[in-house]
Design a binder for this molecule. Sequence first.
Ligand code: SF4
Length: 236
Amino acid sequence: MVLYILEHGLPLDEVMFYDTGMEFEAIYRIRDKLLPILASRGIRYTELSPPVPFLYDMLERPVVSKQKGSHFGYGWCGGVCRWGTTRKQQTLDAHSRGAAAVYIGFAADEPHRIQGLSPPKCAPLEEWGLTEADCLSYCRERGWWWLQASPAAEGGYIDLYDILDRVSCWCCSNKNRKELKNIYTYLPDYWERLKAIQARLDRPMKAYQNKRYGCYGRVEQLEEVFEQEAESEKVR
Ligand code: SF4
């Protein structure tokens, strides 16, 4: 969206990036590539972050809930329990209060997301008729790739958009089975990080029944299944 705005000379005076602290390395590289472009055009760049580290909220914050009583940490973020998204929205809303227009990068084929927007928030990608796939092609045609180091990929790097349906936080429990298997296969460092989080949480990463994302269990259980699948693929 930012690239399109710049290329078409549309008004833009500030770009906000909300850093959860749980982004893939590729996201930070994309940010770093964009910064000098914004600076050369005099566009203000603002980086926002949660008031406390994401992992503190996830694992350590004292919490009292009706279901579990007193415990520590909100646990996995995703599904109906997107506490990280709530924090992000609150922070971005507070920062952009009073702005004449706030552009949100929802694509034309994300009507369920766009529905919830009200002025000054708007979705210019929808107005331009650009779908998610259009946006990805647009970026790639201009040399923007979400390259992530991967010991299993040819050349040592893989584009996150080739293995994930959505590039969100690496610890997002919305990730589906295919995405999780790709993280296990291509991004072993991140897989180890997921296991480390799971080791500190009782609730399985994919515990809750969710029509869209399914229910698969704990990260180490998933790993056993993926290992078996990898073994049988070798035999074939
Ligand atoms: S991407 Fe997932 S983990 Fe990150 S804030 Fe959103 S719901 Fe939470």
